[in-house]
Design a binder for this molecule. Structure first.
Ligand SMILES: *[C@@H]1O[C@H](CO)[C@@H](O)[C@H](O)[C@H]1NC(C)=O
Ligand SMILES: *[C@@H]1O[C@H](CO)[C@@H](O)[C@H](O)[C@H]1NC(C)=O
Ligand SMILES: *[C@@H]1O[C@H](CO)[C@@H](O)[C@H](O)[C@H]1NC(C)=O
Ligand SMILES: *[C@@H]1O[C@H](CO)[C@@H](O)[C@H](O)[C@H]1NC(C)=O
Ligand SMILES: *[C@@H]1O[C@H](CO)[C@@H](O)[C@H](O)[C@H]1NC(C)=O
Ligand SMILES: *[C@@H]1O[C@H](CO)[C@@H](O)[C@H](O)[C@H]1NC(C)=O
Ligand SMILES: *[C@@H]1O[C@H](CO)[C@@H](O)[C@H](O)[C@H]1NC(C)=O
Ligand SMILES: *[C@@H]1O[C@H](CO)[C@@H](O)[C@H](O)[C@H]1NC(C)=O
Length: 328
């Protein structure tokens, strides 16, 4: 699972498949995430290449692993469609005209026959489907494809949700690694792109908004009070609030929590004996109910706090007093 945090108000674009992302006449095929189109008229090989180009597509070439899909798409046709492969008349070697690698294993049984021609069509109906050598002047269907640029999977807003790749999790092989990613602002664009050779499970991701409040810094006075957002009213979901206290060098900070109520486990307050929360462990993490007053004396002149709430159950939160204590 991938967890995505989007800050503040969130608009999120996901990418899934949709027929209407294909140009007119083309149909989206989820197995390969490609738009395909079969012409209504018949063409010779060069005519088919031109026809596809005029629809902004290109003649389909058989890429490794595509044979079953191409069989599915063309087996209803009475005339075999052109495939973008032909024979180099000098070397007698077959190649794909789009420059992709020609896979020799895709021939129908008994093919390629020398006499049948120097261009390729696809035989989908026979028991053994595959490429068949065909005279380039013969009249066959043009079988065109367009790789869609971006399928707009929709805009999500609100404070949490989930997105997934097309057909997830139909392909059950493969592995998922859990990852977390935080956006820098209130907008997150997720682009998922595949080629058409090997498919795998894809991804599933949850996202939620984190309300990052500007840090509260208390360092110019010798005492003060701090509290959770909105206190004594309930804090919000997905709150994240940092607090920093600093007193003069050599002095310490006396912390007293006189009220505390959060959702157990999921909404918590962490207290650090330093402003650096990345490289120090919290002195304590408080959650749920706390017997108040709770007091703690910092070892140094710095204290910082982190308050985090999740997506459900808002409570009253907490209230705290602090004061500078001079060493005797
Ligand atoms: C081909 O069609 C069959 C039956 O509709 C389907 O089970 C199979 O997944 C399809 N394969 C590909 C690669 O599209
Ligand atoms: C055919 O192969 C020869 C030798 O590799 C090459 O020079 C020529 O460009 C090829 N022709 C085509 C149409 O690709
Ligand atoms: C959020 O989604 C709702 C319902 O889909 C829509 O009415 C509203 O305009 C959206 N707000 C933004 C800022 O996109
Ligand atoms: C995913 O699984 C494949 C084979 O199952 C393995 O080779 C690969 O290292 C795994 N990748 C990760 C990131 O775990
Ligand atoms: C108090 O914090 C502000 C903002 O971080 C900083 O500019 C200032 O120097 C600090 N004052 C002391 C006495 O540390
Ligand atoms: C810390 O504050 C509490 C509550 O005000 C007080 O009872 C306690 O004596 C103070 N501790 C020190 C070391 O000042
Ligand atoms: C936190 O401490 C580490 C290790 O001393 C240091 O590399 C890092 O820059 C510090 N971070 C901040 C924000 O001070
Ligand atoms: C916490 O306090 C509330 C209200 O006083 C009470 O309903 C709840 O059972 C307490 N929870 C625990 C885990 O003690």
């Amino acid at each position: 699972m991938i967890t995505i945090f989007a800050f503040l108000t969130t608009t999120l674009f996901a990418v899934v498949s949709a027929d209407n992302e294909c140009p007119y006449g083309y149909k989206f095929y989820p197995e390969t995430a490609i738009c395909y189109h079969v012409s209504e008229q018949l063409f010779d090989f060069d005519g088919a290449v031109n026809y596809c180009e005029n629809t902004d597509g290109k003649l389909v070439s058989l890429i490794q692993g595509e044979r079953q899909g191409v069989t599915n798409l063309t087996s209803h046709l009475f005339v075999q469609p052109w495939i973008a492969s032909r024979r180099n008349l000098t070397t007698r070697v077959w190649y794909n005209i789009d420059g992709s690698v020609f896979i020799t294993g895709q021939w129908a049984s008994g093919e390629p026959t020398i006499t049948n021609g120097n261009c390729a069509t696809f035989r989908g109906k026979a028991e053994t489907s595959g490429l068949q050598a065909t005279q380039c002047y013969q009249q066959q269907y043009a079988f065109c494809k367009i790789v869609p640029n971006l399928c707009n999977g929709g805009v999500q807003n609100g404070s949490f949700g989930s997105i997934q790749s097309p057909q997830y999790p139909d392909h059950l092989t493969g592995n998922l690694t859990e990852q977390e990613f935080s956006s820098k602002g209130s907008l997150l664009l997720v682009v998922f792109r595949t080629n058409y050779v090997i498919t795998d499970t894809g991804f599933y991701a949850t996202w939620n908004v984190q309300r990052i409040q500007p840090p509260i810094v208390a360092n110019e006075t010798t005492s003060g009070e701090l509290h959770s957002p909105n206190y004594p009213s309930n804090y919000n979901t997905f709150d994240k609030q940092l607090y920093y206290i600093q007193v003069k060098t050599g002095a310490r900070i006396n912390v007293t929590i006189d009220d505390f109520s959060t959702q157990p486990t999921f909404d918590f307050l962490e207290i650090y004996s330093s402003w650096n929360q990345t490289f120090t462990k919290p002195v304590t993490r408080i959650s749920g109910n706390l017997t108040t007053p709770w007091t703690w004396l910092s070892p140094g002149n710095e204290v910082s706090l982190k308050f985090v709430s999740d997506g459900s159950q808002e409570y009253r939160g907490w209230h705290m007093l602090w004061s500078m204590v001079e060493n005797e």
